[in-house]
Design a protein around this ligand. Structure first.
Ligand SMILES: Nc1nc2c(c(=O)[nH]1)N[C@H]1C(S)=C(S)[C@@H](COP(=O)(O)OP(=O)(O)OC[C@H]3O[C@@H](n4cnc5c(=O)[nH]c(N)nc54)[C@H](O)[C@@H]3O)O[C@H]1N2
Ligand SMILES: Nc1nc2c(c(=O)[nH]1)N[C@H]1C(S)=C(S)[C@@H](COP(=O)(O)OP(=O)(O)OC[C@H]3O[C@@H](n4cnc5c(=O)[nH]c(N)nc54)[C@H](O)[C@@H]3O)O[C@H]1N2
Ligand code: SF4
Ligand SMILES: [Mo]
Length: 752
C-alpha cells in the first residue's frame, strides 16, 4: 500500500521537511514537503540520497566481527558481549582513560545518540573523549560559554529580518547554513536584497554565496580576528557603538582595538582600510548582523575570531535585536538535556597527556588523538569507540591516525558503513537507517532562525534483527557502566529493560513538556503527542529578544573581554608584524560541495555522478608561475603529507590560496563502498596537519596551512614540435598509479 510520511531530512543542519512516499518497505520517492511551515517545500539534491542510503546494499544491517582481514556477521548478543568483555578487560588492566571515544557529526542529527548515546559515551568516564567539535564549532561554543555563560547559547543571525548580512567564512548557499538552521538560504538571501538590504561576503574564495551577494572581499586565510579588531577600532574611533545595558568590558575592548587600526591590519588581511571602514560603518548603521562560520573558527586564530564576531555584534547593538544575532527559543532546552546526559561545559579543566592541549566540554582536541594512541605510558589509549564518525578522513593528518589505529588493542565502531575508519575496527555495530527511526532535531532546532518544532515517528518498525543506535548504546551501557556485583547486575537488568521500553521519545517528551513551549503554555503546550498530531511540524514564531534572562553568567552580564580571549591578544598583535606572510608561497583552504556531505555520502550514485569534483582550485597567477594548465595533475604537499589531484584554474580563488574539498579519499583497501571507491578523490586531511591548530582552543586549523603545488603530469597535448606530453591522469589520488585514464576536465561546483 502506498502512503506518504512526513519528516525532516537529517543530512545537514537545514532540517528541510521531506515527504517520503513508501510502498510497503520500499521508498518510492522523496519530495520537499510543501506543508512544512519552515522549509515550505524546499529541499536540496541530497534529500533524495536518504532513499539511496536506506537502500544501499553496502549499508550494514547486522553486527560484523573482523578476524584479520575477513569480516563475518554475528548475532547482536554475541557482539554486545564481545565488545563489553574486551573493553572491560582493557579498562581493568589500564584504567578508564585507556578507552577513547570519538563521536562524529551525524550524532548531532540523531535523537537516539543525543540522548542514550551520551549515556554510554559520557559514562565510560574517560578523559580521552574526542569529537568533530574540535574541527568545527568549538570556538563559537567557547565564546558563548565565556561571554553568555553556556556553550550551547550560540546566537544565530535573524536572517529573515536583517537588512545587512555580513557573512565571514561561511558559504550557506552550499552548506545550507550552519549554526543558523534555515532551509533555503538562497531564497532567504534573495529576500534580504529584495527588501533593500545588502549581503556582503568576506572569504578567500568568491563563493556561491558571494555570487548571490552585493559585495565580496577576499581575505587572507587565518586573519579574520585582525579584520574584526580593525572594524571595532573604527566603530570606537568614530563613536558608532550602540552597546546594550547588559555588557561589561567595553573599555577593555576599546583599549585592545586601539592597536588594530585598518592601516595596520590591511597588509596582513589583504582588506583595504577604506573597505574596513565601510564594513564597520555599514554594520553599525544597519539593522544587520555579522555572521561567521567554519572559515573563521577552524583556523589559527579561530577562538579569537569567534569571540570577536559576537563582540562586534554586541558593540554595534546587533545582539538580541531583530535582524541581528538573536537567541532561538527552542522547544527543547539543550541546557536541560545536557544536564540529564552529563554534558558538563567547562574549559581547560584538564589537558591532553602528550601535548597539553585544553579540554572543552569534557572533550580533548582531535588533533591530539593519534599521538595519544601512539605514545606509550600511563593514560595511553588502547581501545577506541567510534560513533558516527570517520576521523581518518575528517581529522587533520588523518593519514597518521590511519597508521595509528591498527596499534589499538581493540576498536569498536557504532556505524553503518565499513569505511576508511571503521575498517580498523574489530567490531562494527550498525544502527538502523535514518528513515527507520524516530526523529526530533534536538540540536539543530536550538540554532534555528525561527522557533520551530517537528517530530516524526519511524516509517516502519525496525526488523527483528536490526537495532537502533540508541538500543546499541543502552545495551553497551548496561554491560559497561553499571556497578558490578549481583545487586548491580540486577539493577542493571532492570534499568536496561526500562530504557529499552521507554526509548528516546520518553526523554524528548519530558524535555518538551518542561521546555519554553511546554506546560507553561497551558493546553497549547508541546508534547510528543501534540507533535505527532502535526506531522509537518509547528511554527512557534520569529526569534524573540531574550536578554537578560538568557544569560547564565554569574553577574547576568555579557563579558565582552573574557580573560581567556584577552590572553590571546599578544598573539594577534604579533601577527600584525607578519604582514604579507606566505605571500610568495601558497596556503590551503577547504571547500564544501552541494552534493557532498562531509565524507559519507559518496556511496550514493546520484550524488557522485558527473565530472570528478575533488579538484584543487588555483588562481591563474599562481598557475602561470608553476606552468600549470587546467586539468594538470599536481602534487599538493605540506610538512604533514601529500596527495595528487587535478587542478582547476579559476580567479574565484584569491591569489596565493588553493582550495581542495574534504571528505574524499575513498581509495583505501578493505572498505565496502562500491560507489565511493569508484570515484575516490584524495583526502585533503592527508595534507592538513595535527601540528597546525589554534593554540588557545586546540581547534584544528583547516585553513591557512602553507603548502606547495607541483605539476606531475599534464593532460593537454604539447604544442607541435615540443616533446610528447606525459601520461594523462586526473582522478585525484594518494597513490600515483590509481585513477589513470579518468577524465581530467575541471569543473565548477555543481548547481542545485
Ligand atoms: N579539511 C577539512 N576537514 C574537515 C572539515 C573541513 O571543512 N575541512 N570539516 C569538519 C567538520 S565541520 C566536521 S562536522 C567533520 C565531520 O567529521 P566526522 O563526523 O568524523 O565524519 P563524517 O564524514 O561526518 O562521517 C560520519 C560517519 O558516521 C556514519 N554515520 C552516518 N549516519 C549515521 C548514523 O545515523 N548512525 C551512526 N551510528 N553512524 C552514522 C558514517 O557512515 C560515517 O562513518 O569533518 C571535519 N573535517
Ligand atoms: N553540501 C554540504 N553541506 C554541508 C556540509 C557538507 O559537507 N556538504 N557539511 C555540514 C557541516 S558538518 C558544517 S560544519 C557546515 C559548514 O558550513 P559553512 O561554514 O557555511 O561551510 P563552508 O563551506 O565550510 O564555509 C566556510 C567558508 O570559509 C571560507 N574560508 C576558508 N578559510 C577562511 C578564512 O580564513 N577566513 C574566511 N573569512 N573565510 C575562510 C571558505 O572558502 C568557505 O567559503 O556545512 C554543513 N553542510
Ligand atoms: S538542505 Fe538538503 S541535505 Fe540539508 S536538510 Fe535540506 S534537503 Fe537535507
Ligand atoms: Mo561540521
Amino acid at each position: 500500500m502506498r502512503e506518504t510520511h512526513y519528516r525532516s531530512c537529517t543530512l545537514c543542519e537545514a532540517t528541510c521537511g521531506v515527504a517520503v512516499d513508501v510502498d510497503g518497505d520500499q521508498v518510492v520517492a522523496i519530495r520537499g514537503d510543501d506543508a512544512d511551515p519552515f522549509s515550505q517545500g524546499y529541499i536540496c539534491p541530497k534529500a533524495t540520497a536518504l532513499a539511496d542510503l536506506h537502500d544501499d546494499p553496502d549499508r550494514l544491517r547486522r553486527p560484523m566481527v573482523r578476524e584479520g582481514t575477513t569480516w563475518r556477521e554475528v548475532g547482536w548478543d554475541e557482539a554486545f558481549d564481545l565488545v563489553a568483555r574486551r573493553l572491560d578487560a582493557i579498562r581493568r588492566a589500564h584504567g578508564k582513560d585507556a578507552i577513547a571515544v570519538y563521536q562524529g557529526n551525524p550524532t548531532a542529527h540523531n535523537l537516539g545518540l543525543l540522548t542514550y548515546g551520551q549515556l554510554l559515551l559520557r559514562k565510560l568516564g574517560t578523559r580521552n573523549t574526542f569529537s568533530a567539535t574540535s574541527v568545527d564549532q568549538l570556538p563559537h561554543m567557547l565564546a558563548a560559554h565565556l561571554m553568555f555563560g553556556d556553550g550551547v547559547l550560540m546566537p544565530v543571525p535573524d536572517v529573515d529580518r536583517t537588512d545587512y548580512f555580513l557573512c565571514i567564512g561561511g558559504n550557506p548557499l552550499v552548506s545550507n547554513g550552519s549554526i543558523m538552521t534555515a532551509p533555503d538560504m538562497r531564497a532567504r538571501l534573495k529576500a534580504i536584497r529584495a527588501r533593500g538590504g545588502k549581503v556582503v561576503v568576506v572569504d578567500p574564495r568568491r563563493t556561491e554565496t558571494a555570487e548571490q551577494g552585493d559585495r565580496h572581499l577576499f581575505i587572507r586565510p587565518g586573519t579574520d580576528a585582525l579584520l574584526l579588531l580593525s572594524m571595532l577600532h573604527v566603530v570606537f574611533a568614530e563613536r558608532l557603538e550602540r552597546p546594550s545595558m547588559h555588557l561589561r568590558g567595553l573599555d577593555a575592548l576599546r583599549a585592545i582595538a586601539a592597536d588594530f587600526a585598518p592601516e595596520a591590519t590591511a597588509p596582513v588581511t589583504g582588506i583595504e582600510p577604506d573597505d574596513v571602514r565601510a564594513l564597520a560603518r555599514e554594520l553599525a548603521g544597519s539593522s544587520g548582523v555579522a555572521y561567521g562560520r567554519m572559515g573563521v573558527c577552524t583556523q589559527e586564530h579561530g577562538g579569537a575570531a569567534a569571540w570577536l564576531i559576537y563582540a562586534v555584534n554586541a558593540v554595534c547593538g546587533r545582539l538580541d535585536a531583530p535582524g541581528g544575532m538573536m537567541w532561538t527559543t527552542p522547544a527543547v532546552d539543550l541546557r536541560v538535556l545536557a544536564k540529564l546526559i552529563g554534558y558538563d561545559l567547562g574549559f581547560d579543566r584538564y589537558r591532553s597527556r602528550v601535548r597539553g592541549l585544553p579540554e572543552f566540554g569534557g572533550e580533548l582536541p582531535v588533533v591530539t588523538m593519534a599521538e595519544e594512541i601512539e605514545t606509550p605510558g600511563a593514560g595511553q589509549i588502547r581501545a577506541l569507540v567510534t560513533c558516527a564518525g570517520n576521523p581518518v578522513l575528517s581529522s587533520p593528518n588523518g593519514a597518521r591516525l590511519d597508521r595509528a589505529l591498527p596499534g589499538l588493542d581493540f576498536m569498536v565502531s557504532i556505524d553503518m558503513y565499513l569505511n576508511e575508519t571503521t575498517r580498523h575496527a574489530h567490531v562494527i555495530l550498525p544502527g538502523t537507517s535514518p528513515l527507520a527511526r524516530a526523529h526530533y532535531d534536538v540540536a539543530l532546532a536550538s540554532f534555528s532562525v525561527r522557533n520551530v518544532a517537528k517530530y516524526a515517528p519511524p516509517l516502519w518498525p525496525r526488523a527483528a534483527d536490526e537495532r537502533h543506535d540508541w538500543e546499541i548504546a543502552v545495551e553497551l551501557w548496561s554491560r559497561l557502566c553499571l556497578p558490578g556485583g549481583a545487586a548491580g547486575r540486577l539493577a542493571g537488568r532492570a534499568a536496561r529493560a526500562a530504557l529499552l521500553r521507554l526509548g528516546p521519545e520518553a526523554v524528548l517528551d519530558v524535555a518538551l513538556r518542561t521546555g519554553a513551549h511546554g506546560l507553561r503554555k497551558g493546553k497549547d503546550g508541546l508534547s510528543v503527542a501534540k507533535l505527532r498530531a502535526a506531522p509537518h511540524g509547528v511554527d512557534l514564531g520569529p526569534l524573540e529578544p531574550r536578554l537578560p534572562g538568557v544569560l547564565v553568567t554569574k553577574d547576568r552580564q555579557i563579558d565582552l573581554v573574557p580573560p581567556v580571549f584577552a590572553s590571546d591578544v599578544p598573539r594577534l598583535r604579533a601577527r600584525l608584524a607578519e604582514a604579507g606572510r606566505a605571500r610568495d608561497g601558497l596556503v590551503l583552504i577547504g571547500r564544501r560541495q552541494l552534493r557532498s556531505n562531509n565524507s559519507w555520502c559518496h556511496n550514493s550514485h546520484r550524488l557522485v555522478k558527473g565530472k570528478p569534483r575533488c579538484t584543487l582550485l588555483v588562481h591563474p597567477r599562481d598557475a602561470a608561475a608553476r606552468g600549470l594548465v587546467d586539468g594538470d595533475l599536481v602534487t599538493l604537499a605540506s610538512k604533514a603529507g601529500r596527495v595528487r589531484v587535478p587542478v582547476e584554474i579559476s580567479d574565484e580563488i584569491m591569489p596565493g590560496v588553493v582550495s581542495l574539498p574534504h571528505g574524499w579519499g575513498h581509495d583505501k583497501p578493505g572498505t565496502r563502498l562500491a560507489v565511493a571507491s569508484a570515484t575516490p578523490g584524495a583526502s585533503v586531511n592527508d595534507v592538513t596537519s595535527e601540528d597546525f591548530f589554534d593554540p588557545l582552543t586546540g581547534t584544528g586549523a583547516l585553513s591557512g596551512l602553507t603548502v606547495t603545488v607541483e605539476r606531475v603530469a599534464t593532460v593537454r597535448p604539447e604544442p607541435p614540435g615540443a616533446a610528447a606530453s606525459t601520461t594523462p591522469s586526473a582522478a585525484a589520488s594518494t597513490t600515483p598509479a590509481a585513477g589513470a585514464g579518468a577524465s581530467a576536465t575541471a569543473h565548477r561546483a555543481e548547481e542545485p
